[in-house]
Write a protein that binds this ligand. Structure first.
Ligand code: C2O
Ligand code: CU
Length: 499
C-alpha cells in the first residue's frame, strides 16, 4: 500500500483518523465514538451526503481493506422527529450497492431494497422522520446476493432519531455512548472468500470490536451512562451482561419502552438495537461481556488442521453437527481457532467509573406504547422458516426469495397477526421492513413488556406471534432473516400492502 494507491481510493483521511499513533496497546485502546455526519439544516430540512467506498483502515492494530461509508462504523446520522431528510447517496465501490434505512417507518418506494445504485452513480433518498420514532436505527446495503459481503466488509452506520423524551432529565443528564458491535476475520489484509460453512451458518470472525476497537476502555465522567447498542454483525449473537451490575433497558429497535426494565443480560441478535442505562454505583471498573451463546450453528468435529488455515473453516470437512455442549466450539481455544466469536465469554468493553460515583435515579416512565389488539387482526398468517442446510438454501413457507413474486398481499390500514415458526435447528432473527411490530407471545407465553421491534430472534422450534400494523403507506417491501447469508441464500419474502 503506497501513498498513490491510498490517494486513488481517497482514503488518506481514514488512515489518519484511525492511524497507528492513535491505537496504543491492544487491551487499553481508548473508546472511540463514530463520528457524526455533517448535515445542513434549514427549516426542518436536513441535507446530507453518504458515500460508499473502498477503505484502508487499521483494525485490531493491523491495516486492512474494507468497504465502508468513510470509516468504520460509518458516520452517525443524527436527526429529530418530524424533520425531512434529503440524503444523497453515492456509490464509489466497484460493484452495485444501495442503502437500507433499517427500522425507519418510511415509504418502501424510498427505502427500496430492490433499487440498485451502480458504481459511480448517486441516488437521492428523501423521507420524513415520523413523530414518536425517537430511537436507534441504522443504515446498510441491501443488494440481494451481496448483503453478506458488503455488510461484513464494514458498510454500516447508525441513524439516531432524537425526540422530546430525550429531554427527560434522567436521560439528558446521562452520558451517552454509541456501541456498534461487529466481528471480523481476515486473511492478510483482506476479508477472505465465503466458504460453504459461512453460507450455512452466517460468517463469524474471532476478532470482536466495539466501534472498530478491540476491548476498548471507556472512562466515564458521569455515573449514569446511556448506551445505544447495535449488532452490526452478519451472524454473531451478543449475549450482553455487565459484571455484577444490571442493565436497565429503556428502548428497543423502534424506540422507548413504557418504563425501564431491569435485566441481568440482554441478547442482541444481528440487526437488533437496544438502549440501556448503566448505573455505576461504586468506583472501579465494570466489564461489558459477551456471554457464551449457542445459536445452533454447525460445528466441525475432527479435521482441525483443515480448519486452522487462513481461510477459516470449511476447507476440509470433518463431521458436523449443530452446536451444543459436545461441539468443539465450546472449548475456549478451539472456539477461537474456529472463529466462532461469541461461543465463549469475551470482554467487549471495560468501563471505568468516576471517583465517588452517584448515579441518578431511573426515569419512572418513558413513552406510552399503543396496545395492539390481536382480536382485531384483519388476517392471521403463518410464516415457517426452513432450511436445506448442506446446500445452504433457506426458505420461508418452503420458498426461496423471488423478487418477482408477491408472497403476502395485505390491506393498508389494517393490523395483522403473524405467527413466525422456526422449523430449523438454528436461531434466525426475523426482520420486517417498513412496518414496526410488537411481539405478542413466544411459544404461547405473553411478551413480558410491550415494545416496538423490527427484528425478533427465533430459537430452534420456537413460535413467535407478532402484531403488525400496516399503516401510513403501502407498496412493496420485504421481510427476511437478518443472518444476512441466509437472506442472500433465499430466506426472504415480499409483502405488498395496498389500499
Ligand atoms: Cu437490516 Cu432488510 O435489513
Ligand atoms: Cu437465518
Amino acid at each position: 500500500m503506497n501513498r498513490r494507491e491510498l490517494l486513488k481510493y481517497g482514503v488518506l483521511g481514514l488512515v489518519s483518523n484511525y492511524g497507528l499513533s492513535r491505537l496504543p496497546a491492544f487491551a487499553q485502546s481508548p473508546f472511540p465514538q463514530p463520528r457524526t455526519l455533517q448535515v445542513r439544516r434549514t427549516d426542518g430540512l436536513v441535507e446530507v451526503q453518504i458515500t460508499a467506498q473502498q477503505s484502508h483502515l487499521i483494525l485490531g492494530g493491523k491495516p486492512v481493506w474494507l468497504m465502508t461509508y468513510g470509516g468504520f462504523p460509518g458516520p452517525t446520522l443524527r436527526v429529530r422527529e418530524g424533520e425531512t431528510v434529503r440524503l444523497k447517496f453515492t456509490n464509489n465501490l466497484p460493484e452495485p450497492t444501495n442503502l437500507h434505512l433499517h427500522g425507519l417507518h418510511v415509504p418502501p418506494s424510498v427505502d427500496d431494497s430492490m433499487a440498485l445504485v451502480q458504481p459511480g452513480e448517486s441516488r437521492l433518498y428523501e423521507f420524513r422522520i415520523p413523530k414518536g420514532s425517537a430511537g436507534t436505527y441504522w443504515y446498510h446495503p441491501h443488494v440481494h446476493g451481496r448483503v453478506a459481503a458488503q455488510l461484513y466488509a464494514g458498510l454500516a452506520g447508525l441513524l439516531v432519531v432524537e425526540g422530546p423524551l430525550d429531554a427527560l432529565p434522567e436521560l439528558k443528564e446521562a452520558e451517552e455512548y454509541l456501541l456498534v458491535l461487529k466481528d471480523w476475520v481476515f486473511s492478510g489484509d483482506r476479508i477472505p472468500a465465503w466458504t460453504q460453512m459461512d453460507w450455512m451458518n452466517g460468517r463469524e470472525g474471532s476478532l470482536l470490536t466495539v466501534n472498530g476497537a478491540v476491548r476498548p476502555t471507556l472512562r466515564a465522567q458521569k455515573a449514569t451512562l446511556r448506551l445505544r447498542l447495535l449488532n452490526a454483525s452478519n451472524a454473531c449473537y451478543y449475549r450482553l451482561a455487565l459484571e455484577n451490575q444490571p442493565l436497565y433497558l429503556i428502548a428497543t429497535d423502534g424506540g422507548f419502552l413504557e418504563k425501564p426494565v431491569e435485566l441481568t443480560e440482554l441478547l442482541l441478535a444481528p440487526g437488533e438495537r437496544a438502549e440501556v442505562l448503566v448505573r455505576l454505583s461504586r468506583p472501579g471498573t465494570y466489564r461489558l461481556q459477551a456471554l457464551p451463546y449457542d445459536r445452533g450453528a454447525m460445528r466441525m468435529h475432527g479435521g482441525m488442521h483443515s480448519v486452522m488455515g487462513d481461510q477459516g473453516m470449511g476447507q476440509g470437512m470433518g463431521t458436523m453437527d449443530h452446536g451444543g455442549m459436545g461441539g468443539m466450539g465450546d472449548t475456549g481455544t478451539m472456539g477461537s481457532l474456529m472463529g466462532m466469536g461469541a461461543t465463549r465469554l469475551e470482554t467487549l468493553l471495560t468501563i471505568v467509573a468516576p471517583a465517588n460515583p452517584k448515579p441518578m435515579p431511573l426515569p419512572t416512565s418513558l413513552a406510552p406504547i399503543e396496545r395492539l389488539d390481536p382480536a382485531k387482526a384483519a388476517a392471521t398468517r403463518r410464516l415457517v422458516l426452513g432450511e436445506r442446510m448442506m446446500q445452504a438454501e433457506f426458505f420461508i413457507n418452503g420458498r426461496m426469495f423471488d423478487p418477482g413474486r408477491v408472497d403476502i398481499q395485505a390491506k393498508l390500514g389494517t393490523i395483522e397477526v403473524w405467527e413466525l415458526v422456526n422449523e430449523t435447528e438454528m436461531d434466525h432473527p426475523f426482520h420486517l421492513h417498513t412496518y414496526p411490530f410488537q411481539v405478542l407471545s413466544r411459544d404461547g407465553q405473553p411478551a413480558p413488556y410491550r415494545a416496538w421491534k423490527d427484528t425478533v430472534n427465533l430459537r430452534p422450534n420456537e413460535t413467535v406471534r407478532i402484531a403488525v400494523p400496516l399503516r401510513d403507506f403501502g407498496g412493496i417491501t420485504v421481510y427476511h432473516c437478518h443472518i444476512v447469508e441466509h437472506e442472500d441464500r433465499g430466506m426472504m419474502g415480499v409483502l405488498e400492502v395496498r389500499p
